[in-house]
Design a binder for this molecule. Sequence first.
Ligand code: NAP
Ligand code: F7E
Length: 337
Amino acid sequence: MKTAFITGITGQDGAYLAKLLLDKGYEVHGGVRRISQPDRVRLEQLGIAQRIHFHDFDLTEPNGIFRVIRQVEMDEFYNLAAQSFVGTSWELPVYTAQADGLAVVQILDALRTLRPETRFYQASTSEMFGLVQEVPQRETTRLYPRSPYGVAKVYGHYITMNYRESFNMHASSGILFNHESPLRGKEFVTRKITLALAALAHGGSEPVVLGNLDARRDWGFAGDYVEGMWRMLQQDVADDYVLATGVTTTIRDFVRYAAEALDMDPVFDGEGTSETATDRKSGKKILEVSEKFFRPAEVDLLIGDPAKAREKLGWEPKVSVGALAQMMARADYDGLK
Ligand code: NAP
Ligand code: F7E
C-alpha cells in the first residue's frame, strides 16, 4: 500500500484527489490549517472524511512543514494548498508570495533533507501564462503572469524544476488550466454563476453581479484533472505537463450554458457595465455587471494544448464545458431544494 500526503486536502482538488487515491488503495494523509471552525465539508460530501489521517499544517510555518515530513512515511507528496483566489492576491500580495511561492521551496528542501525518494507534485497554473505569448499555451510557452498570484506560482514552478535538476528529485509540476466542479469555491466565477442562477430558478429575484464577461477560460472538470496529477507521479521520470481541454469559452457563454441547463432562455443586452441578461421565459433579470468585480490586470485569454499529457500520460479530459456547466447548475439547484 502506498502512502500519500496532500496539502490543501480540504480544497476542491484535495477532496477529489483524496477520493481517487483512497479508491486506488492508498493510505491518505492530509495537511489542514488551524481555523476557528474546522470545515471538512467537501471530504464529508464525498464520504471520505473518516478515512483520512489529518495533520496540522500551515504553508507559512516552516517548522511544521519540516516536522510533518519527518513524521509521515510518505511515497508521494501533492502540494495543492495555496491562496488560490487571484482577486485576493492583490489585497494579500505578501501572504500570497509566502504561501504560493516560498512555501514550495520549504517543502522541497525538507523533502530533499528527510525523504529525497518521495515523489512530489506542484500545483502550477495557467495563470502563469497571463498575458499570453502564444496560442494555444503549452509547456514551453513563455510565462508572463498578470497577478501577485501568478507571480508567486511562477516561483513555485521554477523552484520545482530547479530541485529536480539540482538534486535529481522526482518533482513534477502540473500546469493546470481552470477546472471546476460542484465542490468549487463559491467566489470563483463558475460557481458564483451556477449558485445564483439556481437560486433564481427556485423563485429568487437577485441577478448575479459579475465583472469582465469577455475574459475567456479553458474550463474542465476537476475530477478529470486529479487523475492527471496522479499519472504524473507514476512516470519513471519527472516532468512538467499542461492539463487543459483545448476549448476556450467566455464568461458570458458560461452564463448561457448554466442558464440553459436550468431551463432559462437568456437574452444579453447592452455593453460594458451596462450589460444585462434577462430570461426570456420568466422576464426576470438574471445578470448585471459591476466595476467592483473587474481586476487591476486581467488575463484575457487562456486556451491550453494538452498534447504532451495525452501522448505521455494517456490523459484525456472527459467533460465538455457545456456538460460541466450543466453538472454544476443542476447540483446547485438540487442543493438548494
Ligand atoms: P481551493 O479549493 O481554494 O483549496 C485550497 C486549499 O489550500 C484549501 O484546502 C485551503 O485550506 C488550503 N490552504 C490555503 N492556505 C493555506 C495555508 N496557509 N496553509 C495550509 N493550507 C492552506 O483550491 P483548488 O481549486 O483545490 O486548487 C488546488 C491547487 O491548484 C491550488 O494550489 C491552486 O492554486 C492550484 N490551481 C487550481 C486551479 C483550478 O482551476 N482549480 C488551476 C490551476 C492551479 P482551507 O480549507 O483551510 O481554506
Ligand atoms: O475568474 C472573470 C475574472 O476567479 C475567471 C483559480 O482556480 O483558475 C482560477 O483563477 C475569470 C477572470 O478564476 C467575475 O476576471 C468576471 O477573468 O473564476 P475565476 P481565475 O482567476 O481564472 C486558475 C487557473 C487558478 O490557478 C486559480 O487558482 O472570470 N470574472 N466576473 C469574475 N471572476 C470572479 N471570481 N468573480 C466575478 O464576479
